[in-house]
Write a protein that binds this ligand. Structure first.
Ligand SMILES: Cc1ncc(COP(=O)(O)O)c(C=O)c1O
Length: 393
């Protein structure tokens, strides 16, 4: 059996996509951010059912850009407390530290791997004045994010979602990424939709949408909405000569290229099949694992679409975990830790945050969890082989 990898190819329908890309590059005069990115943003918004999307050059940049934009708008200030999921990716937490906020981790639910409303309630008992909850929807799953939204609204906490691993999932008929004020998505290779490198922030908030564009490119206003631009210029009495060289607020250069926008548009069209095969595979693997008492059952009761990123395996206890990991490796199946385990155990967090947090479930996932491939390029033979290996553990 040849190796089953977490990722097969850079793109869905990769031969056709690559040849279309070659033709596009040959014909294009301009490859820096332009029409393709703009069209991708409109088409992404339509898919995500959000009013606005801003494309960035990565999911990490989208996370950074979103927090910077909220700060520029005065929605949050230096030293404000920002909560985040205990099981998440590094660059969800790093901008919280980099931009001078206080990072507060929230533990997760063992059956969903995601923060639930009780986790949030527990945190609110300990910490006052939390301003933002930057939740991560891990592996296409979520907990009761509708209740989390209610608690956030009641406590005037801005909910934002890192949806980099859950593109296309729906909970109670609402797309993940639409529960908060804004959500980020990654289109790095191996994510549901690959643009090689890339990311997005989607929102319905007009002010935030325009600030996200200011933050994306140098702090200038060239790409913002026409009316917003006019208002900015008028308020600050910017003259015609300096119009293109006025820097309104703090920003970076986090722009994507036309190559990313072009590929994104092609890949978006292939998503419904991609998502349904990820969901079908998930159900097959879940059926086997949820009947094995040595492993934690994964719950997804109210998810009408589960756009699984990779299939999680969590042992009920640490016994033999190394043996199980080796069994997968020897069986020629690529596996890796569950996202980044308990993110507060990572060296960067310990270096910059001199506090210990009690996150027992995130610890359990760190020590007893890993994930196996689930993507739409798995063949029937691959799926049957994976099922056989799962039955053996
Ligand atoms: C949850 C989560 N957030 C953010 C990112 C960062 O995305 P990117 O690799 O596009 O920077 C990842 C990457 O895998 C991720 O899994």
């Amino acid at each position: 059996m040849s190796k089953i990898n977490l990722i097969n190819s850079t793109f869905l329908d990769h031969k056709k996509t690559k040849s279309e890309l070659i033709n596009f590059i040959k014909k294009s005069n301009k490859l820096s951010m332009g029409e393709q990115c703009k069209k991708y943003e409109i088409e992404f918004s339509k898919f995500q059912k959000r009013k606005f999307t801003v494309m960035y050059n990565s999911g990490s940049s989208a996370n950074l850009g979103l927090l910077q934009a909220l700060k520029n708008l005065g929605y949050i200030k230096t030293n404000d407390k920002i909560c985040f999921s205990g099981v998440t990716w590094s660059t969800n937490v790093m901008p919280i530290i980099q931009l001078g906020f206080q990072p507060i981790p929230v533990d997760v639910n063992i059956n969903t791997l995601n923060c639930d409303s009780q986790n949030l309630i527990n945190i609110l008992k300990t910490y006052k004045n939390i301003k933002v909850f930057f939740i991560t929807n891990v592996l296409g799953l979520c907990s009761d994010i509708d209740n989390i939204r209610k608690i956030c609204n009641k406590n005037k906490i801005i909910l934002i979602e890192d949806n980099c691993e859950s593109f296309g999932s729906e909970y109670k008929k609402t797309k993940l990424g639409n529960y908060g004020l804004a959500s980020t998505c990654s289109s790095y290779v191996g994510h549901h939709l690959s643009t090689i490198e890339g990311g997005t922030v989607s929102t319905d908030d007009y002010e935030l949408y325009n600030m996200l564009k200011i933050v994306r490119a140098h702090g200038w206003n060239r790409n913002v909405d026409y009316d917003y631009r006019k208002k900015l210029k008028k308020n600050l009495k910017v003259d015609k000569f300096y119009d293109l060289y006025t820097f309104y607020d703090l920003g970076y250069n986090l722009r994507p290229t036309e190559i990313n926008g072009f590929i994104g548009r092609k890949q978006l069209k292939l998503q419904s099949k991609n998502i349904s095969s990820r969901m079908n595979n998930f159900i097959k693997f879940q059926k086997i694992m949820n009947s094995n008492k040595n492993y934690i059952s994964i719950a997804n009761d109210k998810m009408n679409i589960l756009s699984n990123f990779a299939f999680p395996i969590i042992k009920s206890n640490k016994t033999n975990i190394k043996k199980i990991i080796n069994y997968f490796i020897k069986s020629n199946i690529e596996i890796r830790p569950l996202v980044a385990g308990n993110i507060t155990k990572q060296p960067f967090f310990k270096k910059y945050v001199k506090k210990n947090y009690n996150l027992p479930i995130s610890d359990h996932i760190h020590e007893c969890g890993f994930y196996i491939p689930n993507h739409s390029e798995l063949s029937n033979k691959d799926i049957n082989y994976l099922k056989m290996v799962l039955r053996n553990i």
